[in-house]
Design a protein around this ligand. Structure first.
Ligand code: FAD
Length: 299
């Protein structure tokens, strides 16, 4: 049997492994109990030395204060660089710029810059605020004009649902990177072929920036299927079959989820991927297990 790069990786001593980088995404919790889990998960994942942990920005800016409070505390207390998400929805340029200044004052130098969606969701038409940024590309240019930030933007291996065709989608990604973004992070995807094809399209269009795969471990197939449908990510039939009938069997569900995510990540490593962004949903366990497979252990 020939060794694949991921098989070799998992058996090499730590010092011989190629450097892999991970980042972890969290969302602002709504209740005290959820906030407790947020900090508990962050406490478990921070020692893995991620490049950054990011905190999302609720649709329509609904978590503006919470996102700022969380990234400020992460920066002050955890020793891990924090990245704050930011959207253009329902806010003027001055209001969005004030949020950027707030991040900078809290010592947060990393921003995930997004257009965002109307409160009705990704399917409804985005109408910019009359004095607002009209797209993520405009937002990136605006942030660049305000200071020296590390900026990530979104990419869509299955095409953004509102892009008329692939050329428009890739053009839009290029605009965001040309406006000054440092990297793209992808939407969740479950078929690596979609990611590989996307990379080919981006590279053919002259995009050289890193396009980091966004990996969504399936803590709950039911919940993740709902999220995927809302953001335009396809759940392949074989994936549904693997979780079929496991709604009331959490232990087997967790084992299958771990195997599915491991298979996805190891195949990406075999194709040369060295950076990963994990959607944690504020839970640590599956991400801890995956990080171990990548040879990343608490320091
Ligand atoms: P854009 O890149 O601006 O583009 C979106 C669409 O509009 C594309 O189809 C593009 O082709 C089209 N378009 C852009 N400019 C023009 C133009 N000038 N004329 C015509 N068409 C145009 N949402 C949140 O609310 N909060 C978050 O914290 C958040 N975090 C995310 C993190 C990641 C890694 C990802 C992948 C998504 C995230 N989202 C978040 C979701 C995101 O806001 C939505 O997917 C949104 O629909 C698009 O945002 P964007 O930044 O990709 O938009």
């Amino acid at each position: 049997m020939t060794d694949t790069p991921s098989a070799r990786l998992s058996r090499q001593p730590a010092e011989a492994r190629p450097p892999l980088e991970v980042s972890f995404e969290f969302f602002p919790p709504k209740t005290d109990a959820m906030e407790e889990r947020f900090w508990e998960s962050l406490g478990k994942l921070a020692p893995l030395n991620p490049r950054f942990v990011s905190v999302t920005y609720g649709a329509g800016g609904t978590t503006r204060e919470r996102t700022l409070r969380l990234v400020s505390r992460i920066t002050a207390e955890s020793g891990v660089p924090a990245a704050a998400h930011l959207t253009c929805v329902g806010a003027s340029r001055n209001e969005v710029n004030a949020v950027v200044q707030g991040y900078a004052e809290a010592g947060v130098r990393r921003i995930v810059a997004l257009r965002g969606d109307p409160p009705e969701g990704i399917g409804s038409l985005f109408t910019p605020h009359p004095d607002g940024y009209g797209s993520a590309a405009e937002l990136v240019a605006g942030i660049r004009a305000l200071g020296n930030f590390d900026i990530s933007v979104a990419a869509y291996p299955e095409k953004h649902p509102q892009s008329p065709d692939w050329a428009a989608d890739i053009d839009n990604l290029k605009r965001k990177l040309d406006a000054g973004a440092d990297r793209a992070i992808t939407q969740m995807f479950f078929d690596n072929q979609d990611y590989f094809r996307f990379i080919d399209r981006a590279r053919a269009a002259g995009i050289t920036a890193p396009i980091v795969p966004g990996i969504q471990p399936i803590h709950s197939f039911k919940q993740i299927s709902g999220f995927a449908a809302r953001c335009g990510a396809r759940i392949p039939g074989w994936l549904g079959e693997r979780f079929d009938g496991l709604d009331d069997d959490p232990e087997t569900h967790a084992l299958v989820a771990s195997a599915v995510a491991a298979e996805q990540v190891l195949e990406l490593i075999d194709s040369g991927v060295t950076e990963f962004h994990f959607y944690t949903l504020n839970r640590a366990n599956l991400v801890m297990a995956l990080s171990r497979l990548l040879g990343i252990r608490p320091e």
